[in-house]
Design a protein around this ligand. Structure first.
Ligand SMILES: Nc1ncnc2c1ncn2[C@@H]1O[C@H](COP(=O)(O)OP(=O)(O)O)[C@@H](O)[C@H]1O
Ligand SMILES: [Mg+2]
Length: 226
């Protein structure tokens, strides 16, 4: 299993757009599970997932190679972790690519519950994709967020490998020089502002070629592990 975490410090920057695109493409050949932890629940809404695993009902849509699991709940403070654990691990065992769509808050019980359950039972690295728009303050808060995430995972499992793979600058309207301290292993990706994505929503638009190329590179992750 290859685990991806897609995150960004602001809503509307394109996290779910990227989750949607790479999962569509990878699920043409592999088993993909999207885990939606975001409070906006965009992916869940697109696929018609109404409930949450934390509440115990209507938490999954299964389209064969592509599963969507909803974790966000207004009531998730009440979740039964033992029950969540059994169901969650069972749902994700067969998955080739597990893709987490995070919200804008990391210090959240839902985020740590999922990490605890996952890392108590699995020992695969987490590959991070950080998503920002080109404004300087959003870039810097996104950088800080990915550092915080790495620390958060290490607080739960000291030796877990967490790698920032891509730092995405989305909705780029003009060539700009941006300052960042981030050192993504696979590099920076600039995605232009696409009118059809903006007007129709990512679920009604073509997948941008920049996302296609990221997904193609991710196929190598699984193949190199055998
Ligand atoms: N490169 C882009 N150009 C124009 N619109 C975009 C682009 N990327 C995403 N969008 C649109 O922006 C909106 C918010 O994107 P979304 O992925 O839901 O953000 P997030 O998950 O970060 O909150 C969606 O309607 C999406 O279609
Ligand atoms: Mg989203």
């Amino acid at each position: 299993m290859i685990r991806f975490a897609v995150m960004g410090s602001k809503g509307g920057v394109g996290k779910s757009t990227i989750v949607y695109g790479i999962s569509r493409l990878l699920s043409e050949r592999y088993i993909v599970t999207i885990v939606d932890l975001s409070s906006s629940r965009t992916i869940c809404n697109v696929y018609g997932v109404r409930g949450s695993l934390m509440d115990g009902h209507d938490y999954i849509v299964d389209q064969g190679n592509l599963k969507i699991i909803s974790l966000y709940s207004q009531l998730s403070g009440n979740a039964n972790l033992a029950k969540f654990k059994d169901i969650y691990l069972d749902l994700i065992t067969e998955t080739d690519y597990l893709i987490l769509d995070y919200g804008v808050h990391l210090y959240d019980k839902l985020v740590s519950d999922e990490l605890i359950v996952f890392y108590e039972n699995m020992s695969v690295p987490t590959h991070l994709i950080a998503v920002s728009t080109p404004q300087e303050f959003i870039i810097s808060s996104t950088e800080k967020m990915s550092e915080s995430y790495i620390n958060l995972v290490h607080g739960i499992k000291e030796d877990a490998q967490v790698v920032l793979e891509y730092f995405v600058l989305n909705m780029v309207r003009e060539k700009t020089k941006f300052k960042t301290l981030a050192k993504p292993k696979m590099g920076f990706v600039e995605i232009p502002f696409y009118r059809d994505l903006s007007f129709n929503g990512f679920w009604n638009a073509n997948i941008p070629k920049e996302i296609v190329s990221m997904a193609n590179n991710f196929e190598g992750f699984l193949e190199s592990r055998g």
